[in-house]
Design a protein around this ligand. Structure first.
Ligand code: CA
Length: 228
């Protein structure tokens, strides 16, 4: 079996000294690029299974690299951002990045994000019809939802929101993505819809809606359905 190839586009040597061994001990092959130009050319020449992309590169914005990759590839890109790059991070996700990591992050978090992103690619080929994790079960074919074996009735909008999160299970979904998927294009400014319906979903499905175990908030970005 061949090992998935991961391209790391990052200029910080201290971070690379942590990233490269953390990834390669888990059975992945790693390639590194230290500039945007090098990142773009290595992505083209090696077509890696996944790209870890730093937003602050010396020669160009990481968003440039992302747009270039997205012009020809749908393979997962995980953004590495600094705390102050909140806005760029959301833009990257809306431009088609799959997930993000905010510096500083640990090896466990890094590897979990990589696993989820690669698993999602595998599922796209044969989509899994049932999400079942931590007691929450969603059957997308039969449109059935249960918590610890007990069926729950959802309104059509609540269900659509849940479905959008299930399809991204473990990965972040931005507010924009959820709004346009659930309420249709043009509703991206209606953040209050999302707040209201997320509160309803939590009330119906979470044991303690104030301390959600399923629907995690990603501050300033969106939501993530816990799949660990
Ligand atoms: Ca950097």
């Amino acid at each position: 079996m061949s090992q998935p190839l991961i391209l790391v586009v990052e200029d910080e040597t201290s971070l690379l000294r942590f990233l490269v061994p953390s990834i390669s001990t888990q059975g992945y092959q790693v390639l590194t690029a230290a500039t945007a130009a090098q990142g773009i050319s290595m992505a083209r020449s090696h077509n890696p299974e996944l790209v870890l992309l730093d937003l602050g590169l010396p020669d160009a914005d990481g968003l440039t690299v992302l747009s270039e990759i997205r012009s020809w590839s749908r393979r997962p890109v995980i953004i590495i951002s600094a705390r102050h790059q909140e806005r760029e991070k959301v833009r990257a996700l809306d431009l088609g990045a799959d997930d993000y990591l905010t510096k500083p992050f640990g090896a466990a978090e890094l590897l979990a994000r990589i696993r989820v992103a690669l698993r999602h690619v595998a599922q796209k080929a044969t989509p899994e019809a049932v999400f079942d994790c931590n007691g929450l079960r969603v059957d997308l074919e039969r449109r059935e939802v249960s918590v610890h074996g007990e069926n729950t009735r959802l309104t059509p909008i609540e269900y659509r929101l849940l479905e959008a999160l299930v399809r991204r299970a473990g990965r972040v979904a931005t507010q924009q993505q959820l709004l346009s998927e659930v309420w249709g294009p043009g509703s991206e400014a209606q953040n209050h819809y999302l707040r209201i319906y997320m509160a309803q979903l939590r009330k119906k499905l979470e044991a303690d809606p104030n301390r959600p175990a399923f629907f995690l908030t990603e501050p300033g970005v969106g939501y993530r359905l816990n799949s660990e």
